[in-house]
Design a protein around this ligand. Structure first.
Ligand SMILES: Cc1cc2nc3c(=O)[nH]c(=O)nc-3n(C[C@H](O)[C@H](O)[C@H](O)COP(=O)(O)O)c2cc1C
Length: 192
């Protein structure tokens, strides 16, 4: 199986970096083929420009977007790893969706409505938070993030979501809890 890891955190010292390393280690152990798109390391340009609009309208995509689309086409599985920033994903990842999940590649519209074009691919999302579950859930903030990402983006494009895992209160938990979290990450890789 081919797995594409799409990772959006700027710091090597972050817990997200440990999650990424754990996912890579487990997938290598399982002998999955892996590609990693570390968006900050790639210096991925997340800004959808006027030139992009002109290209997209002519059914052309810029070279950097083409490279990302080829990686997605290659993959059977996508794994997104990112922290919660302002009840959403980091802007660099939002810009990745803006520029890479284009009309004609990820979805298209017909008279019968929208049609996802990434069918057959499966997705795991691992998202860390700073706020605790007891704050996020009663305020419907988890369901809001699940709806916007899982339904609004991924399912819309035909992707099957295996799980959207939230790891809560990451900056405030002790070492033992973080180790348990990494064990949960290991278990998730069994889905791939
Ligand atoms: C710009 C910014 C915005 C943030 N917004 C939220 C938020 O809306 N909700 C939340 O639970 N945590 C928020 N956080 C906290 C991060 O989610 C948390 O520190 C991170 O998930 C911990 O993982 P890390 O050590 O890999 O960075 C924010 C952090 C930053 C830097």
């Amino acid at each position: 199986m081919n797995t594409l890891i799409i990772y959006a955190h700027p710091s090597k010292e972050s817990f997200n970096s440990s999650i990424k390393d754990q996912v890579i280690k487990e997938l290598q152990r399982k002998k999955n083929e892996i590609k990693i798109r570390d968006l900050y390391q790639l210096n991925f340009n997340p800004i959808l420009t006027e030139d992009d609009f002109t290209s997209f309208a002519q059914n052309k995509v810029p070279k950097d977007v083409q490279a990302e689309q080829s990686a997605i086409s290659w993959a059977n599985h996508l794994v997104f790893i990112y922290p919660t920033w302002w009840i959403g994903m980091p802007a660099i990842l939002k810009g990745y969706f803006d520029r890479v999940f284009t009309n004609g590649f990820a979805f298209r519209h017909s008279k019968d409505g929208p049609q996802g074009l990434l069918n057959g691919k499966k997705v795991i999302i691992i998202q860390t938070t700073g706020q605790p579950e007891q704050y996020l859930k009663p305020n419907q903030l988890i369901s809001a993030m699940e709806t916007s990402v899982d339904v609004g983006i991924l399912d819309y494009c035909g992707l099957e979501i295996l799980t959207h895992k939230f790891l809560y209160s990451v900056p405030y938990v002790d070492k033992e809890t973080r180790e348990k979290m990494l064990k949960e990450v290991t278990d998730l890789t069994e889905l791939l």
